[in-house]
Design a binder for this molecule. Structure first.
Ligand SMILES: C=C(O[C@@H]1C=C(C(=O)O)C=C[C@H]1O)C(=O)O
Length: 420
């Protein structure tokens, strides 16, 4: 049992949401410190300040966070004139991949600005009645300079030998798939203003969810689970091909990805793990039989959108807890795969590949998988970038290394000044 750290007990939170005129680019509103983000194609939520927060760890981290959230929500005094998922009381959150890692957090900002389907709003949260701040763009962030990149503790050659070892273990044991990750360490010449890479990521990857919670940021293409007004959705990705920059060739590659038995098999494991975890909570589940190809600027993925209708009143966070770790970031079977990751990966994943997103007082929310992501270390100048690949019986180590390099591109470019 862990010991969650909770901000000193405060009176009930007083929350007020009201519609506002379109405030323009959400990320541009963020101040440099204590800024939170979850944006997708211009819509989403940004927040700043800290009204209250919970830090937790251990196998019960999701249960502790859920209990804390229920209690906080039930005591809050909420006046919500917008009444849409994401309005009213909201927490941003980020959870570690592993049970034994520190760093899972839920933070309730003092100000949240949201936009959804043409409706914008501002929420203020505190212990008394506060007026909403004027919504004007902040001064633009300092662009990161001087980034140098080096291998983390495991270099590329060693990582390929770990992939080869995983392949052997899959061929020998009762294991179908395991996801192995590696990191790249960026060193900047000054502390990072995270708003700069966030703007680059949101601009370059509008179909991904660009996020930032307490130094963990990125732009993930994978939606672990969204719950909105009773509708449950999950976007499952697995099976990847690198883009070449030549659109005609990429289209041919997309066709081969959609027919590749290795990738279809890897994808099937991931879809099944999500469908099985959602089934106890849902009726009317729809699991498409064939994946589509999701085109991103750096890679293409096999993708399946699983949907269902909530039947048991679980919150988005409870659903995320029951889905984590899906086969997209753990493997199949889950327990054996996670054990092998702990045994051979030699990486502290931190919050990489864990759920990241938000929850509101109704229990609605969106939790992505923290991929295409990085962690800013305490010195502010060191940034660890992560990428992993699903390994199956016929995976080729050099191909997996190239795939992981392609998955590092979004954050890597976001830390590198644009070529003039
Ligand atoms: C693990 C990552 O990505 C996952 C692994 C994939 C694969 O192996 O094909 C594809 C998408 C993600 O589910 C990552 O981006 O780090």
């Amino acid at each position: 049992m862990s010991h969650p750290a909770v901000a000193p007990r405060i009176g009930p939170l007083v929350v007020r949401s009201a519609p506002v005129d379109d405030p323009g680019e959400l990320l541009a509103l963020l101040p440099p410190d204590d800024a939170f983000a979850w944006v997708h194609g211009g819509d989403g939520l940004v927040g700043w300040g800290r009204a209250t927060e919970l830090h937790t760890a251990g196998a019960d981290r999701f249960a502790e966070a859920s209990a804390w959230w229920r209690e906080l929500s039930s005591r809050a005094v909420i006046r919500d004139e917008v009444d849409t998922p994401g309005s009213g009381l909201v927490a941003f959150g980020s959870f570690t991949f592993a049970d034994d890692a520190d760093g899972s957090v839920l933070v309730v900002p003092e100000v949240v600005v949201g936009r959804r389907d043409g409706v914008s709003w501002v929420t203020v949260i505190g212990t008394g009645i506060t007026a909403p701040p004027p919504l004007v763009p902040a001064a633009p962030p300092q662009v990161p300079t001087g980034a140098t990149f080096a291998d983390g503790p495991v270099d590329g050659d060693t990582w390929q030998s770990l992939v080869a070892e995983a392949v052997q273990r899959i061929q020998a044991d009762d294991l179908d798939k395991v996801v192995l990750a590696r990191d790249l360490v960026a060193t900047l010449d000054a502390p990072l203003d995270v708003r700069a890479p966030l703007a680059r990521l949101a601009g370059g990857y509008p179909s991904c969810w660009t996020f930032h919670v307490d130094g963990f940021f990125g732009s993930t293409p994978e939606m672990l689970v969204r719950l909105e007004r009773g509708l449950v959705t999950s976007r499952v990705l697995a099976g990847t091909i690198r883009r070449t920059g030549d659109d005609t060739h990429d289209l041919a590659l997309a066709g081969s990805l959609a027919r590749s038995s290795k990738d279809l098999e890897e994808h099937e494991y991931a879809v099944r793990s999500v469908a099985d975890a959602l089934a106890p909570h849902c009726t009317n589940m729809f699991v498409p039989e064939t994946p589509f190809v999701l085109h991103l600027p750096n890679v293409m993925h096999l993708a399946t959108d699983v949907t269902g209708v909530m039947k048991d009143g679980a919150s988005a966070l409870t659903l995320a807890a029951s889905l984590h770790p899906s086969a997209a970031v753990g493997g199949t079977p889950t327990r054996e795969a996670v054990r092998l990751i702990g045994e051979i990966e030699r990486l502290d994943r931190g919050r990489y590949a864990g759920p990241v997103g938000w929850i509101d007082a109704r229990g609605d929310g969106e939790w992505g998988i923290g991929l295409r992501s990085a962690q800013v270390e305490d010195d502010g100048r060191t940034v660890r970038l992560f990428a992993g690949c699903g390994i199956v019986a016929d995976s080729v180590p050099a191909d997996e290394l190239a795939e992981s390099t392609a998955k590092l591109i979004p954050v890597r470019e976001a830390l590198t000044p644009r070529e003039m």
